[in-house]
Ligand binder design. Structure first.
Ligand SMILES: C[S@@+](CC[C@H](N)C(=O)[O-])C[C@H]1O[C@@H](n2cnc3c(N)ncnc32)[C@H](O)[C@@H]1O
Length: 322
């Protein structure tokens, strides 16, 4: 199948329309797609429907309109709606489980893992893309709709981008129910919510953009996650004394990052803390003298990096500053 929309020539049309029709018929009759349990297969099919199938059909609608093309567009859209509706039923059930407190971290991990299949078992070291675990976990939360940002970010404040669910999955496995977890620059809040659900910890998100923070808190309230809290604050100005585990996905750079790390360092002088990072900010974090990296320093920057505060180094760094 020509999967390059916009470049369909006359010769290709002859074979493309029957190919698309055959593929749509095959997908429409794959019984397993209509069984609730097969979320991962549905996810793949929904991706394929979006691209290349519907993208090609839209191009054909413009360049070679015909009743056959119109019929195929309708068929593709109908299948898309049918599969999305099945997913929606599944999301309602999962939300109900969470809201009524019927799931524990272990049961939820097993249930979500069962639906996402391979996605949560894959090697996270190259997790630079979103996959079907993201589609599944996105479905647990309110659909964001248009969010009206009001903050004009400083140059060292990074824009919102979501940590892939696979990384959060890995992170949550390293957090315990007794921890107080902080996501520094929490955006739409998925990291604290999923960490709480999958580990049982108390989880907090610190987010400077009021619209993101309001949305995240609304999601947590809707799922009745009483141990999740979002603070609309500048990460440089928060009191972290109750925190035991921290996570940062490159929310800040330069001096701003140093200022946030200096606040964590203050906590590290009182008690040991764990810090996890993902993305390019890991390189700055790895240079802090009071932090020791547990996994190899030469790992991929889009791998979950794990640090522990080193009390002896923290004291040395403090002495040097005085
Ligand atoms: C790359 S996103 C990470 C979002 C979230 N942690 C995740 O992984 O899904 C960075 C977020 O940090 C927020 N941010 C940037 N500077 C901040 C600051 N000084 N204090 C709090 N949040 C900040 C941004 O608004 C943005 O939502």
């Amino acid at each position: 199948m020509n999967d390059t929309p916009g470049l369909i020539d006359q010769e290709a049309i002859v074979t493309l329309i029957p190919e698309l029709a055959a593929r749509l018929d095959t997908l429409s009759t794959r019984a397993e797609l209509f069984q609730e349990a097969n979320f991962a297969a549905r996810c793949e099919t929904l991706d394929e429907l979006e691209f290349p199938i519907i993208a090609c059909l839209q191009d054909l609608t413009q360049s070679h309109p015909s009743p056959a093309v119109t019929r195929l567009v309708r068929q593709a859209r109908a299948l898309q709606r049918q599969l999305a509706a099945l997913d929606q039923c599944l999301f309602y059930q999962l939300q109900g489980l969470i809201r009524t407190g019927q799931s524990t971290p272990a049961t939820l991990r097993a249930i979500l893992g069962g639906y996402a299949g391979q996605a949560c078992c894959e090697d996270a070291s190259t997790a630079t893309e979103y996959d079907c675990l993201d589609a599944l976990t996105d479905g647990l939360f309110l659909t964001p709709g248009p969010l009206r940002e009001t903050l004009v970010p400083e140059p060292e404040m990074m824009y919102y981008q979501k940590t892939p669910a696979r990384i959060i999955w890995e992170l949550a496995a390293k957090v315990t129910a007794g921890d107080v977890f902080y996501d520094l620059g929490s955006g739409l809040g998925q990291v604290p919510m999923l960490v709480q659900l999958l580990s049982g910890a108390t989880a907090k998100g610190v987010e400077i953009e009021p619209a993101y923070c309001r949305y995240a808190q609304a999601c947590a309230d809707e799922l009745r996650l009483t141990r999740v809290e979002f603070l609309n604050a500048d990460a440089r100005a928060v009191d972290y004394t109750d925190g035991t585990v921290f996570f940062v996905f490159t929310s800040f750079t330069g001096r701003l990052m140093q200022q946030v790390l200096a606040r964590l360092w203050q906590v590290a002088q009182q008690k040991p803390l764990k810090l996890f990072s993902y993305g390019p900010g890991t390189e700055t974090i790895a240079r802090q003298p009071w932090l020791r990296r547990l996994n190899p320093a030469d790992s991929h920057r889009y791998q979950l990096a794990e640090f522990r505060s080193d009390p002896t180094q923290a004291l040395k760094a403090m002495t040097l500053q005085e």
